[in-house]
Write a protein that binds this ligand. Sequence first.
Ligand code: ADP
Ligand code: MG
Length: 263
Amino acid sequence: MSENRLEIRNLHARIEGVDAILKGVDLVVPRGEVHALMGPNGSGKSTLAKIMAGDPSYEVTDGDILIDGESVLEMEPDERARAGLYLAFQYPVEVPGVSIANFLRLALNARREEGDEIGVMEFYTKLQRAVKALDWDESIIERNLHEGFSGGEKKRSEILQLLVLEPRYAILDETDSGLDVDALKVVAQGVNAARGPGFGALVITHYQRLLNYIIPDKVHVMSNGRVIESGPKELAMELDVKGYDWIRAKAGETAANGASATA
Ligand code: ADP
Ligand code: MG
C-alpha cells in the first residue's frame, strides 16, 4: 500500500527554543500526481519542506516521512536525493568555475552506482531535451552554474536540474521567492514537462495564480502546523476568493490560536 507514494505521517517538529511548529501533518502524494500545498503565512509550509530536505535545525519529535514505504528521517540530505527526492534549494547557489552541464553530469552520476556512469551521448540528449522543454538557449549549458544569473535564470536552472535529474518526487517551495509571472511560467513548464506516472510533486505556494499554470490533482491546506483540508483543484480557486478564515473556522481554529491570516 505504501509503495509508490510520498507519505508524511503524523509529523511533529520543533526548533530549539520555539514551541512546536508542525503538530501532526498527514499528507500523501502518490507517484504520478501533482499536489499543491497552500495556507496562510506562518502555517509551517516552508518548515515542512526544510524538514523533508533534512535541515538539521529542526527536530522531529514524532511521526515519519516515507518515500515508497522507506523512512528518510535518518538519512542525510544527499541520501534522500539518492532515494528519489528533489528539493530545489538543496543545491549550492553559485558554483564558480563549474558549468551547468558538468554540474548536472556530476549530480546525476552521484545518484547512480559506481561504474554505472551515464554515457556522454545519453547525457547530452537528456540535457538538450530539458533545455528545449524550458525554451532556453542551448548555449546556457556552458555557463557557470548560477554565476551572474538573474533571479529568473536561477529559477530556470533549478527547474532544469529537476528535468535532468528525474527524481521520483519533487518538493517545490515557491512561497517566498517573489516570483514574477515569467518565473511562475518556467516553474509550471518544468513541472508539467516532468509530469508522468513515475513522478510526483508537492508544489507549495501562497498564490493561486501559479495553479493557473500547474493544474494540481489535489490541493491541501495547511494551518497552524497541520493539514486541515484537502480537496480537488477547485479548492484553490475558492481559497483565492474567500481567503483562509472560513476553512480554519471549519477546522475548529480561530485566528487567535492559529497563525496570522495574511497571505
Ligand atoms: P510558512 O512557510 O507557511 O509561511 P514557516 O514554515 O516559514 O511558515 O513558519 C512556520 C512557523 O514556524 C512560523 O511561526 C515561524 O516563525 C516559525 N519558524 C520557522 N522557522 C523558524 C526558525 N528557524 N526559528 C524560529 N521560528 C521559526
Ligand atoms: Mg514559507
